[in-house]
Design a protein around this ligand. Sequence first.
Ligand code: 2P0
Length: 335
Amino acid sequence: MNMSDSLTKQSVISQYLPETVTPLGDTIEAVFAPSNIALCKYWGKRNSELNLPINSSLSISLAHLGTQTRLSVSNEDQVWLNGQRVAVEDSFARKVIAFIDLFRGAQGLPVRVDTDNNIPTAAGLASSASGFAALMLAIDRFYGLKLEPSQLSAFARMGSGSASRSLYHGFVEWQMGVRDDGMDSIALPLVTRWNDLRVGLLKVSSDAKAVDSRSGMNRTVATAHLYQSWPLQAAADLARLHQAIAENNFTQLGETAEQNALSMHATMIASWPPLLYWQPDSVAAMHNIWQARAEGIEVYLTMDAGPNIKLLFMADAEAAIQQRFPDMDVIAPFA
Ligand code: 2P0
């Protein structure tokens, strides 16, 4: 066992906390974190305890779509999701409480957590990224920890890798880092704004997926020979995305994001047992997007560990694309 295997979330976080962690007041104003879609995907971990990635990734945050979270003093631990109380034995509530325990200690004073997602369920988007980012911000404020932005990102990452990126709006890069404790594996915002960029959310299915992304990632790394090429592909794509963003080159951004997503899916399909998140309707939508492109409408796709499709296009193509995909929700990430 090497040094990095023995580090735990708790041992890393504890070094940055005051001796006693207690609420500053009875409650806080709810804090918000946006959801995000990766243009260069996070796929594979070098350390599963700390969610340290094998490659750096780059995302775009979804503006007002995300999670709002408030913590309050309570006489027992309570978790409320979208206005409904969740049983503490429920896996969602257990994850939330376990994350709070990393900061207040398992013997800490009980809290009530109120968390609301405004991500349309129709969009079929995961909420763990915005969820852990908002929870991290709420913990920092409730306990008056005054953590640095880099620490907030590193600790949110321990809740869920992609949460490291949901601390910021706009384009965000999560740098993989090299340290064993992961304190350099953090996200940073890019300054560039693309006011005309649009993200379309296309729901294909809202069924719970058979294999969650955490297990899917681990299975791919463990069983897909094709995965060996992934870190090189991701590094090249990241460089191309940076160049595209700096040069305001949407074609390069879209082509790179689409190829990156499909390459990630290729590694999943090459796993054993095979992992194919696509449904027949996902494939139909892909062909529809490629047909639109053949007709001169500039639109690209990206997909995460699920059947749903996200479209990338510029504002001037919105009407034509909405006509092809009437059920699509459109987000203006920089609005
Ligand atoms: C991403 N995904 O970059 C990639 C692309 C899914 C496919 O981040 O195990 O929920 O909590 O660190 O962050 C989803 O994985 O995984 C994800 P954990 P997470 O957006």
